[in-house]
Design a protein around this ligand. Structure first.
Ligand SMILES: [Zn+2]
Length: 432
């Protein structure tokens, strides 16, 4: 089956490509591309005015299956991913049971093959049950298809455990992904420790609870030589530490979420738990540092930390409600805001959503080169829309961006050569 994307702006930062042209897809591969190489005809999709990039890859999502299917499933989560322009997502292991063995990893891949709207790459737990006590079967999970290891939702508090995980995983090699949080420093907190938390009478989570852990992890990665990937960076101090470590050649990569570079603690709406996530929305200076770090490449990737929760869970009091928000369908327009404001180049934005995630987690995709996987995202950078949680394709509705006027929207997500029109768009013009 052939598919021809006609007259789009072909954009691939990994190859310095930015030109108007056509892409020819054959089966699950990119066959060729260039200016005006294909005529109109069957299988031709008009992409005039649209930007064609390698498929977006989200390094950090929670799909909640198995165990919490009332929040999300592999089917609904990957459908939301495709609607947000993501052709692949990496699924965190904090399900019930935790994905801490080869059987659990294989189960996810099986479910994704049957019900997935986007590719799913499983992340295995570092420790059994993510309890931090005994190292999980990393080698077996790797063999079953795990692309990284993390106890996300929790940090690895025992430094010796993280050290061993880094040593072990460097043999494959895959990254160890740290949710950097010193639980003693953050205990009982529900938002960023600062004047705003005092004002609202909520216990704070200090910036140091993250940065201290980042510092420890960087020292361990430097000593062992393993690849540490820091999840959802949120503080200026963390950015500074990673920048310094990278300059000395430490094998460290990291990600930032759209909500952390869009909002700060001042934006928090009192009593609305859709503004509660971990790490929390930080101070305005932290947000500035995150944007600068993303722009200069200190922060490699944009990842959503898509964390669905049911309405009744988020309707609890702020300090009792669970952490986390959904993010797959708003990532592109929130990222484009930085480009429009002149804070981020389009090349860096696309790199952070596509090429960089593929590169740092050793995943297929992230390229428009002939022969590459036919995973592509086609988006309209000028499409204006209003964020209405009721229309989300996720099973959950927990977003702080309800009612926001957004600009930029995926029109087509192409996974393995299969065209998925954005179901949220009224007009879905199609393959002629
Ligand atoms: Zn986390």
């Amino acid at each position: 089956m052939n598919l021809i994307l006609k007259n789009g702006r072909l954009f691939d930062p990994s190859r310095g490509l930015d030109q108007i042209g056509d892409v020819v897809l054959q089966d699950d591969r990119i066959r060729g591309l260039g200016p005006d190489i294909a005529a109109a005809g069957p299988g031709v999709v008009d992409c005039t005015g649209l930007i064609v990039t390698p498929g977006f890859i989200d390094l950090h999502v929670h799909l909640r299956e198995p165990g919490f299917e009332y929040k999300e499933t592999i089917e609904t989560g990957t459908r939301a991913a495709a609607a947000g322009g993501f052709t692949a997502v990496c699924a965190m292991p904090n399900t019930q049971p935790v994905n801490d063995n080869a059987g659990g990893t294989a189960f996810l891949l099986l479910r994704a093959r049957e019900f997935g709207h986007a590719r799913l790459y499983p992340i295995g737990a570092i420790t059994e049950g993510s309890r931090g006590e005994r190292l999980a079967a990393l080698g077996a999970m790797r063999q079953a298809g795990a692309v990284g290891f993390s106890d996300d939702g929790r940090p690895v508090m025992n430094a010796q455990m993280l050290r061993r995980a880094l040593e072990y995983s460097s043999m494959f090699p895959v990254p160890v992904i740290e949710h950097a949080e010193d639980l003693h420093l953050s205990a009982g907190g529900s938002m960023h420790a600062g004047p705003r938390a005092l004002q609202l009478g909520l216990r704070g989570i200090s910036s140091t609870s993250e940065a201290a852990m980042v510092a420890r992890d960087l020292l361990l990665a430097e000593e062992v030589g393993g690849h540490i990937h820091i999840a959802h960076l949120s503080t200026a101090a963390s950015v500074r530490l990673v920048r310094e470590a990278k300059s000395r050649g430490v094998l460290v990569t990291c990600e930032v979420t759209p909500h952390h570079f869009t909002l700060c603690d001042e934006d928090l709406v009192p009593y609305d738990a859709n503004f509660k996530m971990n790490p929390p929305l930080r101070g305005a200076a932290d947000r500035e540092a995150l944007i600068a770090g993303l722009a200069d490449g200190t922060i490699d990737a944009i990842a959503t930390d898509h964390a669905p929760h049911a309405a009744h869970e988020k309707l609890q009091e702020f300090d009792k409600a669970p952490f986390g928000i959904i993010g797959l369908e708003t990532a592109l327009p929130l990222s484009l805001r930085l480009v429009t404001e002149g804070r981020l180049s389009l090349a860096r934005m696309v790199d952070a959503l596509t090429c960089a995630p593929a590169r740092i987690f050793h995943l297929p995709g992230g390229s428009l080169a002939p022969g590459a996987l036919a995973d592509l995202t086609v988006f309209d950078p000028a499409a204006e829309w209003t964020c209405d949680p009721a229309l989300s394709l996720s099973k959950s509705r927990n977003t702080p961006f309800a009612g926001w006027q957004l600009t930029g929207r995926p029109v087509y997500t192409i996974v393995g050569g299969r065209l998925i029109p954005n179901p949220a768009l009224a007009a879905t013009p199609p393959v002629s």
